[in-house]
Design a protein around this ligand. Structure first.
Ligand code: SF4
Ligand code: MG
Length: 332
């Protein structure tokens, strides 16, 4: 089937002290209708920058899409003027973030904010809007919607706020939802409920989701396909079954060993030694994971690994695999 989103060779650049650096550096992937694609990596790997690029929300004057294509439902988003992008954002593509407090306005009631979303995209009466809002809150598992619409964000728990955000995000029945660490700030039980809710909504509406997380456990639960990012690049891409059955990239393998147990709240990714290189110190050639990779070889700092299919539906960017490929492919 036709992909709902196709990202081709995306480069997202940031200006730092007068120089341009790619926080996302040549990323390509597709999202099929009704599928959930997980994007995994540590903070600083470019996953949020990638989603802000798709949404057209990179900070003006600092960040920009510097190359590549973002094709959503046949439209080239990277070429759309702001005015047209505003119509797509929130209606055809919506986004939910880790901390709903930053996207909910503290001075307005929940009901007012949901009504705003509906009025921005539809011509509907006040009564119709109220009816729809009650339905939406009901759909996200809020048991007393008539009370909640009169509440202000600070009167709700974290889990309730995230449910409200999801209600807002699905108000216009988007074809694509980008969820950036939507459960990270919540406690484990609430996390599980929110994940279940998202899956339920996804199935009912046949919506596609890009699920951004640092938690591979969450990916296993809720995604069809997985993209593993490191330092602005995709290092591995596979169906969820293949990735968990046989991770190939050393970084993914380390992440797998670091899946937190459900009763642990610490960020287990910190147990991988070293840090992601900062944007301004990114090596121009070689593998960006080389300084942390337990399997690094001499050529890893000299040759840049390319993302290539190793098995059907399983791609990896690592010289360990290129070595077993024919000579002429290695030199490309
Ligand atoms: Fe490790 Fe080399 Fe593979 Fe990079 S290319 S992940 S450094 S083995
Ligand atoms: Mg992030």
């Amino acid at each position: 089937s036709q992909a709902i989103l196709e990202v081709k060779n995306l480069e997202s650049a940031f200006m730092i002290e007068g120089e341009e650096y790619n926080a996302v550096d040549g990323v390509s992937f597709q999202v099929q209708p009704g599928k959930v694609v997980g994007v995994v990596g540590e903070s600083g790997c470019g996953k949020s920058v990638m989603s802000l690029s798709i949404m057209g929300l990179l900070p003006k004057g600092i960040g920009k899409v510097a190359g590549g294509e973002i094709i959503f439902d046949g439209k080239h988003l990277e070429q759309l003027p702001d005015q047209k992008m505003n119509k797509i954002r929130g209606k055809e593509i919506s986004m939910i973030f880790q901390e709903p407090m930053t996207s909910l306005n503290p001075v307005f009631t929940i009901g007012y904010q949901l009504e705003e979303v509906l009025h921005n995209h539809f011509k509907i009466s006040k009564e119709e809007a109220t009816k729809k809002i009650i339905q939406l809150l009901d759909a996200v598992g809020i048991s007393r919607p008539n009370k909640i619409i009169k509440d202000y964000p600070h009167q709700l728990s974290g889990g309730m706020r995230q449910r409200v955000m999801i209600a807002m995000a699905i108000a216009c029945q988007p074809k694509l939802l980008i969820a950036d660490e939507p459960t990270t700030a919540l406690d484990v039980t609430v996390q599980a409920q929110i994940l279940e809710l998202l899956q339920d909504i996804q199935r009912k509406n046949d919506m596609s989701i890009i699920f951004i997380t640092h938690d591979l456990g969450v990916v296993a639960e809720s995604c069809h396909e997985v993209i593993v990012m490191y330092a602005g690049r995709i290092v591995e891409k596979a169906s969820v079954e293949r990735l968990f059955k046989g991770p190939k990239h050393p970084y993914t393998k380390l992440l797998m060993g670091a899946i937190p147990r459900l009763d642990e709240t610490v960020d287990e990714l910190e147990t991988i030694e070293g840090i992601v290189p900062t944007l301004t110190k990114m090596p121009s050639v070689g593998c960006r994971f080389a300084n942390r990779c337990p399997q690094a070889m001499k050529e890893c700092v000299e040759v840049t690994p390319q993302l290539k299919e190793e098995e059907s539906n399983h791609e990896v960017a690592c010289l360990l695999y290129e070595a077993s490929r024919p000579e002429e492919e290695v030199s490309r």
